[in-house]
Design a protein. Structure first.
Length: 151
């Protein structure tokens, strides 16, 4: 696959991987939350979870996510793919609210917007070159890191 097509394909695969991982997190958390609180410290908790089809579906989604992530990393640049994978946090937040039939609170919206903005700034400013960092890209990278750290 040519470099011109590989990077967008890698980003798409990374996003699909992030969605799969978010689905897995929400499914498995919902199943685990239904266990009695005392079961959290029980050695057999994993055996109870494995018997639940929804939890197993979440496990399958984790496996699909990891495979897609590996393919995406094989096609694209790490500095672009890893931040895209972080969007799973945003997707999980939305899915959790939807499954739980509740609205996001203003503080959750603010956190989601700040996370998204930080990812955008990072992806715009982090433009790696083939191991050589010129002065301009160094400044952009520092600026992106500074903005992302303060969001």
């Amino acid at each position: 696959m040519s470099g011109l097509i590989a990077q967008p394909a890698a980003v798409l695969l990374a996003f699909v991987s992030a969605v799969c991982f978010a689905i897995a997190n929400v499914l498995q958390q919902r199943v685990a939350a239904k266990l009695p609180t005392t079961a959290a410290f029980d050695g057999g908790v994993l055996l109870r979870l494995v018997r639940r089809p929804l939890w197993l579906l979440g496990l399958l989604a984790v496996i699909v996510s990891v495979v897609l992530q590996g393919i995406a990393l094989g096609l694209g640049r790490l500095v672009v793919i890893e931040p895209v994978l972080a969007t799973s946090l945003l997707v999980a937040l939305g899915l959790s609210a939807w499954f739980g039939r509740h609205r996001l609170r203003p503080v959750e919206w603010a956190a989601a917007i700040a996370t998204f903005a930080g990812l955008v700034v990072f992806l715009i400013t982090a433009q790696p070159t083939s191991g050589l960092m010129n002065q301009m890209s160094s400044c952009r990278s520092r600026f992106g890191a500074l903005v992302a750290r303060h969001m």
